[in-house]
Design a protein around this ligand. Structure first.
Ligand SMILES: [Mg+2]
Length: 231
């Protein structure tokens, strides 16, 4: 090998090592800059701990307390035909066990298990919200507004009764005609209908932004949901 060829090879080697080093340094910097990103398995574990440790119950209780205080204050001011609206899933009834058992996958396995639980009225109640429901039941008209479909009406009513909800003034579910409407459109339409009956909706309580946007209520209260955000 002549001297020129040796020098050329040496230069290529130096350039390669420099390139590798630069790429390694960039990778290390990049990884260091992403330390705030949690891995998916760890994220699922964190959500499970959040729901199983009582943290969710504590946060739900804080929301219930705030909503209850607001409604009580408005009732004390003499509001006539006062109403409160509750969503069902992950507001009054918890989907956590079903969703966790499906490893938080929004897939056929989860949807089948969810429907089985819905048809057998076997979801557990979210205690602070059910207690708020019971506390306000004699003092305001309670309306249920849920994205569940009409075929689940009796099973849903039965499930709510089982967890301790004593009754309601109205129960809005999606009919076939509502299937094309978005959750926001359907739920806003239901609150509009309640308002047109002369009720003043003091509080609207749900776990998704689509439960809460769209107006026709004085205050909206969001129950935490770290499992999913509906599109
Ligand atoms: Mg919900």
């Amino acid at each position: 090998m002549n001297i020129c060829l040796r020098r050329a090879l040496a230069l290529v080697l130096v350039l390669c090592l420099a390139g590798c080093n630069a790429a390694f340094s960039a990778g290390a910097r990049s990884e260091a800059g992403r330390r705030d990103i949690i891995g998916l398995p760890q994220a699922k574990d964190a959500v499970t701990v959040y729901y199983r440790s009582g943290m969710f119950d504590n946060e739900a209780a804080a929301v219930a307390r705030e909503a209850g205080q607001y409604v009580e204050r408005r009732l004390a001011q003499g509001v006539e035909k006062a109403a409160v609206v509750f969503d069902v899933d992950d507001t009054l009834l918890s989907n956590f066990e079903t969703f966790q058992a499906a490893d938080y996958g929004w897939n056929e396995c989860f949807l089948t298990a969810w429907r089985d639980a819905a048809l057998t009225s076997s979801f557990t109640g979210i205690r602070p919200m059910v207690e708020l429901f019971c506390r306000l039941y004699d003092r305001a008209a309670i309306f249920i507004v849920t994205g569940r479909t009409e075929d689940l009406r009796l099973a849903t009513m039965d499930n709510l009764a089982r967890v301790g909800c004593p009754g309601w003034a109205g129960f809005f579910m999606r009919s076939d005609a509502d299937r094309e409407a978005s959750a926001r459109e359907f739920k806003t339409g239901a609150r509009r209908a309640i308002s047109e009956m002369g009720y003043v909706i003091l509080a609207n309580i749900g776990d998704q932004e689509d439960d809460l946007s769209g107006g026709y209520c004085e205050r909206a209260f969001k129950v935490p949901n770290y499992m999913y955000v509906l599109p």
